[in-house]
Design a protein around this ligand. Structure first.
Ligand code: SF4
Ligand code: SF4
Length: 307
């Protein structure tokens, strides 16, 4: 038994763009063959499976194949509201945004890494909309995304793609977060910086570098640690004291030449918040809160973040 349909009608029925239906036919997601006129024909059981995937009740079974009168009647009916899988919409706050995605692909054209291992922000949005959350949580795509937000800027429908990426990341079990990102978050919460550099070592390094700078090119320079009332609080990427300490001196030279009033905190000085990248909102908030505490404690009015 077959189900015959027009692309436009099926698109309207499932709340997707007509190009999506064409793509599904092209890539085999919908197994349909061209039929009479501008119709397509698919097996009735495939239509039922599609309805099931979208959580929709199938239309009445025509039972006798192509029937122009019935099709005409159906195509002018207002389709019933789209009911999706219960998991659907848990990945985004605003129930509107994914529904309004045009599948136009503008996001993919703006994405600097579209195509890397098949990444395509448009596909991620559609997967979220269709309730394919398990597949998204298992996917490496959200972890390859740089969260640069170029897709979002380009999207004509203001779909919040970056928020979606972060939310998918946040749902993954922490021990399955790729690379050292989660470990860095835990270390930062426990020891005040992503690489766990001890406080004494950090302070010793700051003083040493300050002395070197005074000898080399900035006479009288002393590294301003915990200077109350400084205008600018400077945070540090722990990679610098760990691996490239001399890089910090370039900033300091500029501050010295500009006669800037600045300081570095002796505690919780990390400026790179990996909670942002791992999708760990609670950790991100704690780390931001510590910087705010330092601003208040030292009475600073401006903040420099290294990234
Ligand atoms: S640019 Fe926006 S509307 Fe177009 S496919 Fe991407 S998310 Fe959907
Ligand atoms: S935020 Fe991610 S998906 Fe969007 S353009 Fe940047 S890398 Fe691509």
């Amino acid at each position: 038994m077959n189900y015959e349909f027009r692309v436009n009608d099926l698109a309207k029925e499932f709340g997707v763009h007509r190009n999506t239906i064409r793509n599904w036919i092209k890539n085999g997601s919908v197994q349909a063959e061209p039929g009479p006129g501008r119709q397509y024909i698919m097996l009735w059981k495939d239509y039922q499976a599609l309805c099931e995937k979208f959580g929709r009740k199938p239309r009445p079974n025509p039972n006798q194949g192509y029937n122009p009168t019935e099709l005409q009647k159906i195509s002018t009916e207002t389709p019933p509201p789209l009911v999706l899988d219960s998991r659907t919409k848990t990945l985004y706050d605003n129930p509107q945004w994914a529904d309004v995605c045009l599948t136009c692909g503008t996001c993919a054209s703006a994405c600097p890494i579209a195509g890397v291992d098949g990444l395509d922000p448009r596909k991620i949005v559609r997967m979220a909309f269709l309730g394919l959350e398990d597949e998204l949580l298992a996917s490496e795509w959200p972890w390859k995304c740089t969260m640069c937000a170029k897709c979002e800027e380009a999207c004509p429908m203001d779909v919040e793609i970056v928020q979606l990426m972060r939310r998918i990341r946040s749902r993954r079990d922490r021990d399955k977060v790729p690379g050292p990102v989660h470990k860095g978050v835990v270390t930062c919460l426990e020891r005040g910086n992503n690489l766990g550099i001890p406080k004494d070592d950090f302070l010793y390094l700051l003083e040493e570098l300050g002395e070197e700078l005074a000898e080399e090119s900035c006479p009288g320079f002393v590294t301003p640690i915990d200077k109350h009332g400084a205008r600018l609080l400077v945070t540090v990427n722990s990679k610098e004291p760990f691996a490239e300490p001399d890089d910090m001196k370039w900033w300091w030279k500029i501050f010295h030449a500009a006669e800037e009033s600045w300081t570095i905190s002796s505690v919780n000085w990390e400026g790179v918040n990996w909670g942002l990248f791992s999708g760990d909102d609670a950790a991100m908030k704690t780390i931001v809160g510590r910087i705010v505490d330092n601003m208040r404690r030292l009475n600073c009015s401006a903040l420099l973040l290294p990234e």
